[in-house]
Design a protein around this ligand. Structure first.
Ligand code: 13P
Length: 252
């Protein structure tokens, strides 16, 4: 099976109602003028603007949330459920972003619950993994990746695992301007695919979309996406400019 090529924009805690609408409209217009048939485009605005951004999508892109509760519903003040996201037309949810792991204490165990809840609710999880600078320097990065994958994903059935998208985002490359080299990224992507193959099988491994994230920009996207095991990108800063984001989409 041919795996999907995906470019997703994580807007993080940026924009307001007006600028979110403008950005979504500009991306939509750019995709109308210069469509892509081979790349699935995903926009992940902040929660309050999901409905607005979904409203201008016209099937040019899909919409993702940046987080989600592991709970169904009830007394969880301030939390957002899978059902709420579904009702807004959201199709994907980013889970385990390194910022959520670092600032909000999200663990691999918690993320296993969130991934399970997303799949039960027909939302596609974009599960994020990646090592810190210290872990890279001390040569522990592959062990960290293995742990993040196995605890949160490897209890899934083969069928459910097939619904997950994985994003490798080395923490030291996020928002720093320091991108992983294509070789560094490819090494980890190939390792992730090998782990999936060992846990499940070759078919599942070949069908899983693996995105790279961390200072991915129009200037380096082409080289990164040309790597055998890189199937697209999860874009932060450059996703906030329609021109840059669409240039990245067209880098394949
Ligand atoms: P930057 O592209 O700003 O480095 O952010 C990457 C990221 O964290 C996407 O989720």
């Amino acid at each position: 099976m041919q795996r999907k090529k995906i470019v997703a924009g994580n807007w993080k805690m940026n924009t307001n109602l007006e600028s979110a609408r403008t950005l979504a409209n500009n991306i939509s217009k750019a995709l109308e003028q210069n469509p892509t048939e081979t790349v699935d485009v995903i926009l992940a605005p902040p929660f309050p603007f999901l409905g607005t951004v979904a409203g201008v999508a016209e099937e040019k892109y899909a919409v993702a949330a940046q987080n989600m509760s592991q709970h169904e519903a009830g007394a969880y003040t301030g939390e957002i459920s899978a059902d709420m996201l579904q009702s807004l037309g959201v199709q994907y949810v980013i889970l385990g972003h390194s910022e959520r792991r670092a600032y909000y204490g999200e663990t691999n165990e918690l993320l296993a619950e969130k991934v399970q809840k997303a799949i039960e609710s027909d939302l596609v999880p974009i599960y994020c993994i990646g090592e810190s600078l210290e872990e890279r320097k001390s040569n522990q990065y592959l062990a960290v990746i293995e742990q993040q994958l196995s605890v949160a994903l490897f209890d899934l059935s083969e069928e459910d695992f097939g619904k997950v998208v994985i994003a490798y985002e080395p923490v030291w490359a996020i928002g720093t301007g320091e991108t992983a080299t294509p070789e560094q990224a490819q090494e980890v992507h190939a390792y992730i695919r090998k782990l999936i193959q060992e846990k499940y099988n070759e078919t599942v491994a070949e069908a899983t979309s693996l995105l790279y994230g961390g200072s991915c920009k129009p200037g380096n996207a082409k080289e990164l996406f040309a790597q055998e095991d890189i199937d697209g990108g999860l874009i932060g800063g450059a996703a906030l400019k329609a021109e840059d984001f669409t240039a990245i989409i067209h880098s394949f």
